[in-house]
Design a protein around this ligand. Sequence first.
Ligand code: GLY
Ligand code: MN
Ligand code: MN
Length: 439
Amino acid sequence: MKSLLAQSVFAERRQRLMAQMKPHSIAIIPSAQLASRNRDVDYAFRQDSDFYYLTGFDEPDAVMVLIPGREEGEYVVFCQDRDPEMEIWHGYRAGPEGVKSEYGADQAHPNGLIDDEMPSLLDGCERIYYAIGCDEGLDAQVRGWLNAIRAHARQGAVPPTEMVMLDHLLHEMRLFKSEDEAGLMRQAGEISAQGHVRAMRACKPGMTEYQLEAEITHHFAVNRCRQAAYPSIVGGGNNACVLHYTENAEVLNDGDLVLIDAGCELDYYAGDITRTFPVNGTFSEEQKALYQLVLDTQEACIELVKPGTPWNEVHDLSVEIITRGLVELGLLKGDVEELVENGAYREFYMHRVGHWLGMDVHDVGDYKVDGTWRPLEPGMVMTVEPGIYVSPFNDKVEERWRGIGIRIEDDVLVTEAGHEVLTASVPKRVDEIEALMAD
Ligand code: GLY
Ligand code: MN
Ligand code: MN
């Protein structure tokens, strides 16, 4: 599917990356490969995020090469060749000509020629930007190209002397979202939010987790998002205490909560929302008490999201509020400061408060710079997703609390003025949820 972003966006990214590369260098970035699911059936193809970020090209078996300053062309692509027989079975291909005319490549070749062409492209470059270790097959090919140049040293061929991980430059670019990207993420947030609203409206005791999941994925799919950004988690009752529960196979029972963590992927940008609500539409006293604590925590943490706040402070605030709340409710006993210090809260809150969000749900970008937690800056997008999970086997707490799992997650863009919640249109207050479900 063609990107919603203009080709000029991808061209500008390539220019920006090339401007940061040292002179006499070359960058090599492979596409994703198809993966076999079972006989004759592949997993749904999903392009590699780095490759897509720079090309907007969504076919497998391709390699892009950037050579800043090269007279014959700076942007070279190796791709699947046109093949009428294969295209009848598997779909149309751009081919080298299409990659030039539609995707802006200066030069493009069938991927079968890569071993012939790469040694001469590498010859004379001093530095290779390449994410070694990510693609074993390509690592071996790169070694082969270097050896081919070395073999011609007496004829004047000069192999590169330095290999640099490309990830750092590229991922720092991806961490900061442009207006275009923020626009897509706003749409991804809204589609994800409306999927959750649909599920809340549809939920009733006796349904299964997979039926509720289908409500959400239906909404994603009819809005262009055929694949979710990650496998949806729909966990009723005790299943909400399993952080990565994706079986989604059980019946939703009257009196239980259900936790849904699901987000669409719109044109390679992820939404990531969690809501927890009562299967029958009304919170019990214990559910409401813990829910309100998670909500208060989440809202306070979102307020902290603004330029200048160090990344870890948002998490530290969540730990403090949750620990204090658990003491007040009697699930933890002792001095709040000490319980924070010795990590007692981890029995109930065992993950971080959030992560970068973008083309990957757990997006790229460093959290620390020079050993210190980095301050938030405009253009970054993060999730804020505190939770409390009381194991059904935790016999240190009163039975009435056991098996309650709650997480509330929203996607937050850091702006000059503070922040914008991209997923605000799905309710999270107790009265709002109960009203929506009663409707
Ligand atoms: N859905 C994965 C996460 O929330 O981190
Ligand atoms: Mn999530
Ligand atoms: Mn998340």
